[in-house]
Ligand binder design. Structure first.
Ligand SMILES: Nc1nc2c(ncn2[C@@H]2O[C@H](COP(=O)(O)OP(=O)(O)OP(=O)(O)O)[C@@H](O)[C@H]2O)c(=O)[nH]1
Length: 336
């Protein structure tokens, strides 16, 4: 079956519309009733199409044995193709599925063969390059010796964008755009699980600006904010993509460094300390000033390691750095 528009087909034949005038009363009444029924069907079809357009909901029908696919008008619209030039087929559909989602689409199709239901959320790449999110729901319906999948495809791009934005907001610190404490703690727990299972080296750097109160008092709170924002941008630009820089609150920051042992983590902390020292910050009145940080470094260690323990050690190290002069790095010292 070639794909087609939802052409409004009222089922009329030429003989019916141009019937003979020799028709009697009964015949005229029947014709009028038929016309009314046709008008009703046409109206329902127009309404149905409008509903589908409003809901961004397309309809499709796949005959697996005959390898045929029918698309409704809204389905063409969602996929960004022209019904006059594009012939839908299962192959053509799969070619438009985002490469990272092909596996989940195929596995949902395989599952559908057992359960009778196809339910998958995935991306498509339209011919104009636009990526859209769709939700497909379908049921298997036996038709003779064929298996037919009758399904809907809903464009959920806006909903997905909102979802991603909300997720991003829930894990981001508003002022600096870095990860927030909640996300940092989640990731730390995940990394601890990985460490316990695979023994991969993982480190944490806690750092805190030195005499930040003095910076605020001397140059104003907005200047203090600018220090936090500028250093956060540097962290995003200069750390590895796998590293997780976070603002834990106030002027306290943390770096979660996967695949990084203690010595290497001290190197990262040193790099960040130097970066901060090299920066010239400017107050709203145009006065230039400098800032420094003190870092406490800890690495996952031993079989009894916990999130609380590593954070406590890093915090103690930071405190020790503050006590012994600031603008320095203090790391774990292991007996072994
Ligand atoms: N500008 C700005 N200041 C902040 C923010 N969060 C916390 N602070 C300030 O950071 C200062 C932290 O002060 P303290 O905890 O006494 O520490 P400190 O002055 O940095 O001194 P040491 O840590 O001992 O070197 C306080 O004055 C807070 O008001 C923020 O988001 N923006």
């Amino acid at each position: 079956m070639k794909g087609s528009h939802n052409r409004i087909d009222d089922g009329s034949s030429p003989e019916e519309t141009h019937g003979s005038d020799s028709c009697g009363d009964l015949c005229h009444r029947t014709r009028r009733e038929l016309d009314e029924a046709r008008e009703k069907i046409a109206h329902l079809k127009r309404t149905l199409l409008r509903i589908q357009q409003v809901a961004r909901l397309g309809y499709w029908r796949a005959s697996l044995k005959a390898n045929e696919l029918y698309w409704s008008e809204v389905t063409y619209d969602i996929f960004g193709v022209d019904p006059d030039t594009f012939t839908p087929s299962i192959r053509a559909f799969k070619a438009m599925v985002h490469p990272q989602d092909v596996e989940s689409v195929e596995s949902s199709m395989r599952r559908a063969e057992q359960t009778g239901n196809h339910d998958v959320v995935h991306r498509i790449i339209r011919p104009d390059g636009e990526v859209r999110w769709v939700h497909e729901l379908a049921d298997y319906v036996p038709e003779g010796d064929d298996q037919v999948l009758i399904g809907t495809v809903r464009d959920i791009t806006e909903q997905k964008k909102l979802e991603l934005r909300l997720r991003q907001l829930s894990r981001t610190d508003e002022l600096t755009g870095l990860f927030n404490r909640r996300y940092f703690m989640q990731r730390l727990l995940q990394e601890l699980a990985r460490y316990r299972r695979y023994g991969r080296p993982t480190s944490v750097v806690l750092f805190d600006f030195d005499h930040f109160k003095r910076i605020n008092d001397t140059h104003g709170h907005p200047a203090g904010d600018q220090v936090l924002v500028k250093v956060s941008r540097l962290l995003r630009e200069r750390l590895r993509t796998n590293d997780i820089p976070a603002r834990l609150g106030g002027e306290e920051f943390a770096l979660l460094l996967p695949e990084t042992g203690l010595e290497e983590a001290v190197g990262v902390a040193e790099k960040v300390r130097q970066l901060v020292l090299e920066q010239a910050f400017t107050s709203e009145e145009g006065h230039r000033f400098e800032a420094s940080i003190t870092c406490g470094v800890s690495a996952f260690h031993g079989t009894e390691e916990t999130v609380e323990a590593i954070l406590h050690r890093a915090d103690q190290n930071l405190y020790q750095g503050k006590r012994t002069g600031r603008n320095r790095i203090v790391a774990d010292e292991w007996d072994s």
